[in-house]
Ligand binder design. Structure first.
Ligand SMILES: Cc1cc2nc3c(=O)[nH]c(=O)nc-3n(C[C@H](O)[C@H](O)[C@H](O)COP(=O)(O)OP(=O)(O)OC[C@H]3O[C@@H](n4cnc5c(N)ncnc54)[C@H](O)[C@@H]3O)c2cc1C
Length: 397
């Protein structure tokens, strides 16, 4: 392309990870966007297995063909107790990042209206009638832009909302002898030393000799890499595992915050994924929320575009109208306020919730599908004094 030419698209997605690919996949499935030109821009080719996604689900999902492992049982533990959690009617499902990327790219490779380019985005600029996008190589314009490039500074350079990180390093290990229960995932094992933080182990066994073992914290600051890895070694020894190979590693740092990302949305630019606040602030889980939000988004664009076309006005879509704030946002804020001030309380809060709590209700609550009375039942399982204090702090701040 001649560098003076600027190619125009109906929609551009800056970043082509989870949220963008889910949205584009559903746009294709809907069959309503085949006359719209769509450009996906990402600095990476999306050919690497860079993350493992897990989510609970009780109904069949459109991702079922790429689920590589399901668990019907999970373990919650701390230094004093262990509880086997029967997940049914839910199952805990695992999808390898690369399987997801391959699955979506195969679908969109047959769509002549969709283009993927491996280019690093350097500039996004909204004008009255369109949005301008600059990359290291080219320049583009579009009517609407969906951005999933996360700008750390937005959340981290403000003081109104606490920001924690869910940070972790995981080893995929292969042992010589059978040691893992391949039918049970470990959600949270708080029996590891807390050192003034919220620290736990997360284990995803895929066979009796293979598992992903992840040392995870919900806290403000990251650790030196050796510290996560030392803790994994100590934990493996505690499980009686001395002979093993590390076949792969993964690491991550997911922002946990009630920061109002949606306030960055404008008429033509919608932030999606973690950048749009689609990460559940209190848990860091994003897959399921993105699945829901991407469906809502495709419906939103389809319905609004249709009604604008019907009214035959020169009105255009307003992306700002997409966001809805709910009471779960506030509950997340309370938990984060407590963990931010008293990071050492994480083990006791999660333990009181999981020790006797009804797991189906907890999942329903985390999926933001509970009634007000059910919310109360879940919250009352947590240490009351901490939550009441947080309530006063947040309200009277
Ligand atoms: C290792 C790991 C494991 C996780 N496990 C789970 C899990 O089990 N369950 C769960 O619910 N959530 C999990 N998460 C959290 C969350 O689901 C993921 O982070 C998810 O990928 C977020 O989706 P996204 O679309 O917001 O961002 P991403 O998927 O990260 O997509 C953003 C894209 O933007 C691209 N990009 C960035 N900068 C530029 C630029 N300047 N120009 C062009 N492209 C750019 C990136 O390459 C990336 O492809 C995990 C996260 C990590 C890192």
């Amino acid at each position: 392309m001649n560098s003076s030419q600027i190619q125009h698209f109906n929609y551009i997605f800056t970043g082509a990870g989870l949220a963008s690919l889910m949205t584009v996949y559903k746009m294709v499935l809907s069959g309503k966007f085949s006359d719209k030109s769509i450009l996906l821009l990402d600095k990476d080719a999306k050919k690497i297995n860079d993350r493992t996604w897990c989510f609970w689900e009780k109904e069949e999902t459109i991702w079922k063909s790429i689920i590589s492992k399901k668990w019907d049982s999970a373990l919650f533990a701390n230094e004093n107790f262990k509880r086997d959690l029967d997940l049914k009617p839910y199952s805990y499902n695992k999808i390898n990042g690369l399987d997801f990327y391959d699955f979506v790219f195969e679908k969109i490779s047959n769509q002549s209206n969709i283009t993927f380019l491996k280019e690093k985005v350097t500039d996004i600029n909204e004008l009255e009638t369109h949005v301008f996008v600059g990359t290291e190589e080219n320049r583009y314009t579009c009517n609407y832009l969906f951005n999933s490039i996360y700008t750390k500074a937005f959340a981290e350079r403000q003081t109104k909302y606490p920001v924690l990180q869910q940070h972790f390093v995981g080893w995929f290990v292969k042992t010589e002898v059978d040691v893992f229960n391949s039918e049970q995932a470990t959600f949270m094992d708080f029996s590891v030393q807390q050192k003034g933080n919220t620290r736990f182990m997360y284990v995803l066994p895929t066979s009796t000799t293979e598992a992903l073992v992840e040392y995870t914290l919900f806290s403000e600051n990251l650790l030196p890499k050796e510290e996560y890895e030392n803790e994994i070694q100590i934990y493996l020894q505690k499980l009686g595992i001395n002979q093993y190979k590390i076949t792969e590693k993964e690491q991550g740092s997911i922002p946990m915050t009630s920061f109002s990302f949606w306030k960055k949305n404008t008429k033509r630019v919608l932030n999606i994924g973690t950048a749009g606040g689609w990460t559940k602030a209190s848990t860091g889980y994003t897959f399921k929320n993105s699945d829901k939000k991407s469906s809502e988004l495709v419906e939103f664009i389809t319905d609004k575009s249709a009604s604008i076309a019907l009214s035959m006005t020169s009105e255009s879509l307003n992306m700002k109208a997409f966001h809805k704030k709910n009471r779960f946002w506030f509950y997340d804020l309370l938990l984060l306020d407590i963990l931010y001030r008293h990071n050492e309380l994480g083990s006791s809060i999660f333990s009181s919730l999981f020790k006797k709590g009804n797991l189906k209700l907890i999942f329903k609550f985390l999926d933001e599908e509970t009634s007000f009375i059910e919310d109360f039942q879940v919250i009352m399982k947590c240490p009351k004094v901490s939550f009441i204090k947080a309530l006063f702090r947040v309200i009277f701040k």
